[in-house]
Design a protein. Structure first.
Length: 79
């Protein structure tokens, strides 16, 4: 899917492709986090941290898996 194409580009050194991945998924991740925390400001920080963590561990993501589910699981674990 589109997420896998973006991840392949990031892994190939095109770091700017990660911003597209963030834009594609941040609203969904935000909904999960704010639903758990009920605090918009804390949620903002946590969503940002989730994407940083995902970036740092992108080598662990298996292409073909559901990136949305993966990033939301990272966010839930941070909460």
């Amino acid at each position: 899917g589109e997420s896998d194409r973006l991840i392949a580009r990031v892994r190939a050194g095109e770091v700017s492709a990660y911003a597209e991945l963030v834009r594609a998924h941040q609203a969904d991740v935000w909904r999960v986090v704010v639903g758990m925390l009920r605090d918009a400001r804390a949620s903002e920080d946590l969503v940002q941290q989730a994407f940083v963590n995902a970036y740092e561990h992108l080598d662990r993501y298996r292409l073909g898996a559901d990136f949305g589910a993966w990033i939301k699981a990272i966010a839930r674990n941070l909460v």
